[in-house]
Design a protein around this ligand. Structure first.
Ligand code: 3HC
Ligand code: NAI
Length: 697
């Protein structure tokens, strides 16, 4: 093993290099090595030190995997203080990224140079904590309160130009980090520059205006989150106290955050985002080349998928039923790309180039003869899909992949329409497909491993999070959704209004409640799904007759201005429609139910228990490989609050025995819906949690 911290000298300059792949996280060995290197530098003849990170970036921050374990000396704040107290000047030479504790180490240095393209940031709030190694005290001493508050409460990193302008760094360097660091150190030596500890700078001037602006932003963007509020208080402390007292306040607030479930949920989310793509079945398997993608069907989904593919540099041919539909799809895609230009995500000339060189529409499948991958997004009908797959099979080259974006249908049956079922896979995008992060990769019985590997590689290229799912009605996400929507409909029959349910669940942290979502998607979608499932309906299904009636009344939600809510003049937010309550009262009466008071707490408990119970079935049946795959689907496709880590993580944090106890109690009155998942029962009787299954291969 190489040393995590190397010490070398070049003439009068000491080079201290942190080498802890993959991101030079500041784990215990690195912290020890850094202190030892500073001590050695103080003792030898070098006059100035340059601190560097080996590999692709400077420092990725504290080692997040150590959180929650007993702390080991030296702590990061002590290491930063030790660097700042070094008797000779230390320069940080930053490339790639200096994040969190990584930037705090740089702030402990006396000078900072960064290369172009570097990201400098304090993203701790995104992990439910705050910069705990002096970042909240040293940053505002360099940048002033407004900039520090913005950086630290948002967690969004800045680039070197911004960092230079705000005083966070002293210089933008050229070449690689060692040469930029050595050049700066040489200039400092020749100028006779001395140590310049940031902590010795006067405390920043209080800025009531910046604090008020931050409060307003957090109110809007960080509802329910504890960390940004704590982070704000820590920065304010910098303007109120000397360094030592400010650091103590930072530590106190940091320690409080370490104990919160939000911290646990957010760190779970950080790791699962990376773990979802670690699949033994594709480990070491090379993906197939994908340069040209065919999209069949250019409606809501097809147009979004084509936009996503074009934005990531792929060539796209879109096939529609007729020229009018193809032109409509083209217009939607042009609008999507114009939106990307407007938001600064795409240069105007690049957009023109995409539209003229990389994008074509047509009505003949033959145009896909040289495509590497076709993604079908036609109507949700097995008959139509089978026809399309037969046609694709006839024209596509050997080795090309045929994918379906079906929401519910059997991918094995679709694959059977071709002579190459090994090349068929489900790629289930979410609407709007050029925005939503989730991609469910539905692996059918005969799907080849390199086809699955290609799907994961494609997701990465599209900057999406791919989750492996097995074949069943609705895969992971929609199958679970059907179930917990059933819990919401049961709550309505019991006595809760859709509006109370939406409110309770948005209070819990969901981006939207299920009835507002239904209005957004269109009440026709739910109606069609119920129709499709009517033949196989079992006693677990409550039929929301009020929703059927809304459908028959033509109240399809936002698109018709009225659904559960009334939308004035195309407004996105609606007001509760009192007539819905009348329809529901009638449904209760027809079912012989006397409504009762339902608390918000009961709403959350039942809705979440239904979600977790079905999630446990999905894992138990192998449709999802691990509980974390379920968490990823809900976090990135269904607006589940990230700070709760996902439903399975939430369940672990609640305690599975209590959850199972609730389910068993409700089972007495509603045995089909509330039958406990066998996996949940096994885990409780073994005294284990869902997380114990996350490390399995
Ligand atoms: N600690 C431990 N592991 C880390 C880590 C960290 N700070 N940052 C990344 N990793 C791990 C990832 O889990 C991943 O592991 P895997 O290969 O086993 O899945 C591996 O390093 C590579 O990470 P990425 O796939 O994310 O690599 P990228 O090149 O895409 O991105 C990065 C690099 C921008 C540094 C990104 O990893 C990142 O954003 N990391 C987190 C940065 C951060 O939040 N730092 C603050 C930490 S908290 C802190 O410093 C507290 C302090 O104030 C006291
Ligand atoms: P849509 O109705 O908006 O679009 C379907 C398009 O397919 C239409 O433009 C139609 O002209 C075209 N089409 C139909 N038959 C065709 C054929 N034989 N050849 C070429 N084009 C044909 O439907 P939407 O919402 O885009 O759904 C498409 C698929 O995506 C469905 O399977 C649906 O279940 C799935 N899906 C839908 C989501 C959504 O939120 N709308 C989310 C995820 C998946």
């Amino acid at each position: 093993m190489t040393e995590p911290v190397r010490y070398e000298t070049e003439g009068e300059i000491a080079l201290i290099t942190i080498d802890n792949p993959p991101v030079n996280a500041l784990g215990h060995a690195v912290r020890q090595g850094l202190v030892a290197a500073i001590e050695r530098f103080e003792e030898d003849d070098a006059r100035i030190a340059v601190l560097l990170g080996a590999g692709r970036l400077f420092l990725g921050g504290a080692d997040i995997s150590e959180f929650g374990k007993p702390p080991q000396d030296p702590w990061l704040p002590e290491v930063v203080n030790r660097i700042e107290d070094c008797t000779k000047p230390v320069v940080a030479a930053i490339h790639g990224a200096a994040l969190g504790g990584g930037l705090e180490v740089a702030l402990g240095c006396h000078y900072r140079v960064a290369l172009p393209g570097t990201k400098l940031g304090l993203p701790e709030v995104t992990l439910g904590i705050l910069p705990g190694a002096g970042g909240t005290q040293r940053t505002p001493r360099l940048t002033g309160m407004a900039k520090a508050l913005e950086m630290i409460t948002s967690g969004v990193p800045i680039g070197p130009d911004d960092a230079l302008a705000s005083g966070l760094i002293d210089r933008i360097g050229d070449g690689d980090a060692p040469s930029a660091g050595i050049a700066f150190a040489t200039d400092l030596l020749s100028d006779g520059a001395e140590r310049r500890p940031v902590g010795a700078l006067p405390r920043p001037t209080a800025d009531a205006e910046a604090v008020a602006a931050t409060e307003a932003t957090l109110e809007k963007r960080a509802r329910g989150l504890v960390a940004p509020q704590h982070a704000m208080r820590a920065v304010i402390a910098a303007s109120e106290h000397d360094l030592e007292a400010g650091l103590a306040e930072e530590r106190r607030l940091f320690n409080e955050l370490m104990e919160t479930p939000q911290r646990e949920g957010l760190i779970h989310a950080f790791f699962l985002e990376r773990k979802v793509s670690q699949l033994p079945e594709i480990d070491g398997v090379s993906p197939r080349e994908v340069g040209h993608v065919g999209v069949i069907g250019g409606g809501t989904m097809g147009a979004g998928i084509a936009t996503a593919a074009l934005l990531s540099g792929l060539r796209v041919t879109l096939i529609e039923r007729d020229t009018a539909a193809a032109d409509k799809a083209r217009a939607t895609i042009e609008k999507n790309l114009a939106g990307a230009v407007k938001r600064g995500k795409l240069a105007e000339d690049k957009r023109d180039e995409i539209l003229s060189d990389a994008f074509a529409t047509g009505t003949d499948h033959a145009a896909l003869s040289d495509a590497d991958l076709a993604i079908e997004a036609v109507f949700e009908s097995m008959e139509v899909k089978r026809e399309v797959f037969e046609a694709l099979d006839a024209v596509m080259k050997p080795g090309a992949i045929l994918a379906t974006n079906t929401s519910y249908l059997d991918v094995n049956e679709i694959a059977a329409a071709t002579k190459r079922p090994a090349d068929v896979i489900g790629l289930h995008f979410f609407s709007p497909a050029h925005v939503m992060k989730l991609l469910e990769v539905v692996v059918a019985d005969q799907t080849a491993a390199d086809v699955t590997a290609t799907a994961f590689a494609l997701a990465k290229r599209l900057r999406k999070i791919a989750v492996r799912a097995g074949v069943c009605d609705g895969f992971i996400g929609n199958r679970m959704l059907s179930h917990y929507r059933g819990a919401a409909d049961r709550l309505v029959l019991m006595g809760a209004s859709p509006f109370q349910i939406d409110r309770a669940l948005t209070e819990f942290g969901f981006a939207m409640g299920p009835f507002a979502v239904a209005d957004l998607a269109g009440l026709d979608i739910g109606f069609m799904t119920r129709e499709r499932k009517a033949a196989t309906r079992d006693r677990r299904d409550v039929v929301p007759t009020w929703a059927d009636e809304l459908y028959h009344l033509g109240r399809l939600g936002q698109k018709t201005g009225r659904g559960y809510y009334i939308y004035e003049d195309g407004a996105r937010g609606g007001t509760p429609d009192p007539e819905v309550e009348t329809l529901i009262a009638k449904a209760r009466e027809d079912a012989g139910i006397t409504p009762r008071e339902v608390t918000d707490d009961e709403i959350v408990r039942r809705y979440m228990a239904a979600m977790v119970n079905e999630g446990a079935r999905v894992v138990g049946e192998g449709i999802a490989r691990r509980p974390l795959d379920v968490d990823a689907v809900k976090l990135f496709g269904y607006g589940f609050p990230r700070y709760r880590g996902g439903p399975m993580k939430w369940a672990d944090m609640q305690g599975l025995d209590g959850l199972l106890g609730d389910i068993r109690a409700w089972e007495a009155n509603d045995p089909f819906f509330w039958a406990p998942a066998p996996l949940l029962e096994t885990l409780v009787s073994d005294n284990r949690n869902f997380d114990s299954l996350n490390d399995r291969a």
